[in-house]
Design a protein around this ligand. Structure first.
Ligand SMILES: [Mg+2]
Length: 163
């Protein structure tokens, strides 16, 4: 993970919100990769474990269990309307007491996560090199690669991103 928690703090970020699929692990995995676990531990030390939120459009019970066991003070958001609805990010601000400027979401999808941050007014870091495991989930991964490509082209054609 190239994003350094120290840099987030230097930018005034106090609350880190993480998408799961593509950001913490390849699509459909139940636990973050080993590299991400090490990074999460650093984030927890620097930001505080209770300032880290998981906001996935697939808040599976197995994933919730993982975080309950491994990072018990992280918040695992469930029971809200999926991104791009801003509900999950609004819940994060309600629980943390943080302003939108203090919150950043890391997400690999423009038309779900990134759009949700536009609606909620929080910061965003768009992950352009997501975790992909073609060996484990070839059909799902190809589908999401196509989806990411199409939405990038769509946004570029609309003039919001360099083509
Ligand atoms: Mg994702």
């Amino acid at each position: 993970m190239a994003i350094q928690p120290e840099e987030l703090v230097a930018r005034g970020i106090t609350v880190l919100v993480l998408d799961f699929d593509g950001v913490l692990a390849p699509h459909g995995a139940q636990a973050p990769t080993a590299e991400v676990v090490a990074w999460l531990r650093r984030c927890a030390v620097i930001l505080g474990e209770e300032k880290i939120f998981i906001l996935s459009n697939r808040p599976d019970p197995q994933r919730a269990d993982y975080f309950r066991r491994m990072f018990p003070s992280f918040h695992f958001i469930a029971g809200v309307r999926k991104k791009p609805y801003p509900d999950g990010l609004l819940r994060v601000m309600e629980l943390s007491g943080a302003t939108p400027e203090e919150v950043v979401l890391l997400d690999d999808r423009l038309l779900t996560g990134v759009l949700a941050t536009c609606l909620a007014g929080t910061g965003v870091i768009y992950i352009t090199d997501p975790y992909v495991s073609l060996a484990k989930q070839p059909i799902a991964e190809c589908f999401f690669m196509l989806l990411r490509y199409v939405e990038r082209r769509y946004i570029a054609l609309a003039g919001w991103l360099p083509g």
